[in-house]
Design a binder for this molecule. Structure first.
Ligand code: KIV
Length: 245
């Protein structure tokens, strides 16, 4: 798709019906993201998500047997050292994922190389790294400083050279995201990083308005599912006849 200049649409799916619906809608790349922790499990951030929770959701999404490539995030602290990273990546594949994604660049290169050597397709994730929210004290845009710009380029090139099939760029300044996309032989999929990437990924709940309590600034929801649910429930409630009526 990158070679053909076609934009790659990617979305998150954490269960059977959503994986099936998004597949039927023609989305070619799906992710059981660890964002499941926030928009489904009610955690304040992704650092609480466990391997067991990821496996449970990967199994559910994989039961849809999507034509789309279905991947899964390696959760927080599940890829700190090489052997654990490979074992956990294998577990996600056994649950039904076809690729794994992990956050970081050169600092996780030994883990990335070992995962790839085990025959598991790998997607990188650079820029703002949600699993680092506690150390970083929030979700900050990356690429404004020259040192960040240089490191992003170096990390992206290192992941591509290692054999990653794609890299997600989250909250990277649009000019830097565009430069990385242009320089990489593999697709760079942006999220909150401007229109210059090879594709875009979103958390589906943000796109369809089904998690109304927080929507990232860069998302323009295309539906308001939360309001639809509430009005369907209100209509059903008011249609209930009182006993004896
Ligand atoms: O967990 C997630 O949803 C992600 C985003 C990049 C979509 O990693």
């Amino acid at each position: 798709m990158k070679a053909r200049g076609e934009q790659i649409a990617a979305l998150t799916a954490y269960d059977y019906p959503m994986a099936k619906l998004l597949d039927e809608a023609g989305v070619p790349l799906l992710l059981v993201g660890d964002s499941v922790g926030m928009v489904v499990l009610g955690y304040p951030d992704t650092t609480h998500v466990t391997m067991a929770e990821m496996e449970h959701h990967v199994r559910a999404a994989a039961r849809a047997h999507p034509r789309a490539l279905l991947g899964a995030d390696l959760p927080y602290r599940s890829y700190e050292e090489v052997d654990g990273a490979v074992a956990n990546a294998r577990q996600l594949i056994a649950a039904g994922a076809e690729y794994v994604k992990a956050e970081g660049g050169c600092e996780i290169l030994p883990q990335v190389k070992a995962i790839l050597a085990a025959g598991i397709p790998f997607c990188g994730h650079l820029g703002m790294l949600p699993q680092h929210v506690l150390e970083e004290g929030g979700y900050h845009i990356k690429g404004r400083l020259e040192a960040e710009h240089r490191k992003l380029l170096e990390d992206a090139k290192a992941l591509a050279a290692a054999g990653a099939f794609a890299v997600v760029l989250e909250l990277v300044t649009p000019p830097v995201a565009q430069e990385i996309s242009a320089q990489l032989p593999i697709p760079a999929i942006g999220i909150g990083s401007g229109p210059g990437c090879d594709g875009q990924i979103l958390v589906t709940h943000d796109l369809i308005g089904s998690f109304p309590w927080f929507t990232p600034r860069f998302v323009k929801p295309k539906a308001n599912c939360a309001a639809e649910i509430k009005s369907a429930v209100a209509a059903w409630k008011s249609s209930l006849a009182a006993p004896g009526e």
